[in-house]
Write a protein that binds this ligand. Structure first.
Ligand SMILES: C[S@@+](CC[C@H](N)C(=O)[O-])C[C@H]1O[C@@H](n2cnc3c(N)ncnc32)[C@H](O)[C@@H]1O
Length: 241
């Protein structure tokens, strides 16, 4: 991220590895089976520090992440990410609940079915950029109360594990979710950063809405997926590092 100018990013929008939940096929990936929970957060903290430096004074960071089950016990991963980010100077604005109506039952029958994830919403300073009217576009969305103010319960269905017709990435988030964040947190022409690019959903939403985008992905195999995904967009201003 040294290639990105400090203070040049309006919004960081990302979804990191959920500790050791999924193997993305690279030995240097953050969050592996043999990495302790503390070490995972230590490594993530370096990423959050870089994000903090790259953000503009009125910039915000949005981290899509969920709690994880570890040996039958729930780890409050989003809360621990929020705490680490606060230690670095970020201000926690909200913990938005992303309601996933299409979520299916998980591995254990002795528990409730998990129908949500969280969006950890942080700002670099007080007085950050926020356009709430821009995000209230889902008519049947519980996020939108009386068609005006944006609430913190967002409904975005997922197609699990799929991009296009094939399974190209294990954990893409829905474009509608990211478009909403892009719209509320930035204006056309602003720059968006995603340090965990995956299949490039952040770039798709950002470029489609007239923003610029910078992103990083450890696994080179995803570059083809990203390219294919962004190809329908008329204007390409993706910056590669
Ligand atoms: C949850 S996925 C992101 C999915 C993405 N939001 C999408 O819609 O496709 C996390 C990504 O982080 C990548 N990753 C893991 N460790 C990384 C690292 N050290 N640097 C960059 N990317 C990393 C993984 O390969 C994986 O693609």
């Amino acid at each position: 991220m040294q290639a990105v100018d400090d203070g040049s990013i309006q919004s960081v929008i990302t979804s990191p590895p959920y500790w050791d939940l999924k193997d993305y096929g690279h030995e240097e990936q953050i969050g592996t089976a043999d990495e302790s929970y503390e070490l995972y957060h230590d490594r993530m903290e370096k990423v959050w520090t870089e994000c903090y430096d790259k953000l503009a004074a009125d910039g915000t960071m949005w981290v899509v992440v969920d709690t994880v089950m570890e040996r039958g016990q729930l780890q409050l991963l989003p809360y621990h990410i929020a705490e680490r980010a606060e230690d670095l100077g970020f201000i926690l604005q909200d913990m938005i609940t992303w309601y996933k109506p299409t979520a299916i039952a998980g591995m254990t029958e002795r528990n409730v079915v998990n129908k949500k994830e969280y969006v950890v919403y942080l700002s670099k300073n007080k007085g950050h950029k926020f356009n709430p009217e821009q995000g209230s576009n889902g008519k049947e969305d519980p996020a939108v109360e009386e068609g005006h103010r944006l609430g913190n319960l967002w409904r975005h269905p997922v197609k699990r594990g799929s991009v296009g017709q094939n399974v190209l990435h294990k954990a893409p988030y829905p474009i509608s979710l990211i478009s909403r964040i892009v719209e509320v947190s930035s204006d056309p022409g602003d720059k968006v950063l995603d340090p965990f690019f995956g299949s490039g959903t952040t770039a798709y939403a950002a470029l489609d809405l007239g923003r610029e985008c910078v992103g990083y992905e450890l696994n080179e195999e995803f570059s083809e997926v990203i390219e294919e995904r962004l190809s329908p967009l008329e204007q390409h201003s993706i910056t590669e590092f």
